[in-house]
Ligand binder design. Structure first.
Ligand SMILES: O=P(O)(O)OC[C@@H](O)[C@@H](O)c1c[nH]c2ccccc12
Length: 261
């Protein structure tokens, strides 16, 4: 069974909410990556979503974009990130999900990407600009090395498409809770919760909700309807400003036992 599915399910079976923080690889230099991953692992993260900087990140909000620019200024490349992750395998035991746009993967080459990701024991890959219809291209090289290809689903898509995407997704399905770009938000729209409940009912894999999750209350509310949350901008901001401890209350909310509705 998928390492990601197992990691998420074991939290949910304990009554907890799975928690996947996003960080931008190379923000602060690649030498900072080990410390960042260990901080999140020790704090109880279920897995980590590791972003690869890209010059044209269409879905990224300002916080992630700036982190990408800082990382690019250090010269970070996809190859180097995968090689670094391979070096960290002794210490980092939680599953790593690589989040990258399609272009850096094509530049590296599909086969080379699969080979390096496999050597680094990457558990899953998210490619936001790759529609389901095109995803066989990547699935063909990732399946032989047992790396999950995670699909993003927009909650405003027609029900039939939502179901098809969830069925095609491996490891978990990434539910995008708001229309637009990434970034912290005060509150999540009420209709989001209805859409999430519908998705949860039809999805054969765990449902992780992301975009705008930035308070312990968000974590608690989402944990009542789905399996877990993904938190990006808030985490990136905390690391960039040296306030990593502000992430802990969100993790505490995820570890508190919730009743699912
Ligand atoms: O930053 P937020 O609003 O907490 O959302 C998570 C998000 O940053 C992360 O998963 C992500 C970063 N870049 C993306 C591009 C597309 C989809 C998702 C992402």
């Amino acid at each position: 069974m998928s390492r990601l599915t197992t990691a998420i399910t074991s939290r949910v079976e304990n009554g907890e909410t799975a928690f996947i923080p996003y960080i931008m690889a190379g923000d602060g230099g690649l030498s900072a990556l080990k410390q960042q991953l260990l901080f999140l692992q020790n704090a109880g993260a279920t897995a980590v979503e590791l972003g690869i900087p890209f010059s044209d990140p269409v879905a990224d909000g300002p916080v992630i974009q700036q982190a990408g620019l800082r990382s690019l200024s250090h010269g970070t490349t996809l190859r180097e990130v995968l090689e670094e992750v391979e070096q960290l395998q002794q210490d980092v035991t939680i599953p790593i999900v690589i989040m990258t746009y399609l272009n850096p993967v094509l530049q590296l080459g599909l086969d080379e990407f699969a080979k390096l990701a496999s050597k680094a024991q990457v558990a899953g890959v998210i490619i936001p600009d790759m529609p389901l219809e095109e995803s066989d291209l990547l699935r063909d090289v990732l399946q032989p090395v047992s790396i999950d290809l995670i699909q993003l689903v927009s909650l405003t898509s027609p029900a039939e498409r939502v179901r098809r995407i969830a069925e095609a997704s491996e490891g978990f399905v990434y539910a995008v809770t708001v229309n637009g770009i990434t970034g912290t938000r005060q509150s999540l729209p009420e209709v989001t919760f209805d859409h999430l409940k519908e998705l949860k009912q039809v999805s054969p894999v765990p449902v992780m909700a992301g975009f705008g999750v930035s308070t312990p209350e968000h974590v608690t509310q989402l944990g009542e309807v789905v399996d877990g949350v993904i938190v990006g901008s808030f985490v990136v901001d905390a690391f960039a400003n040296g306030h990593e401890e502000t992430i802990l209350p969100l993790l505490d909310a995820a570890k508190a036992v919730t009743t699912r509705v």
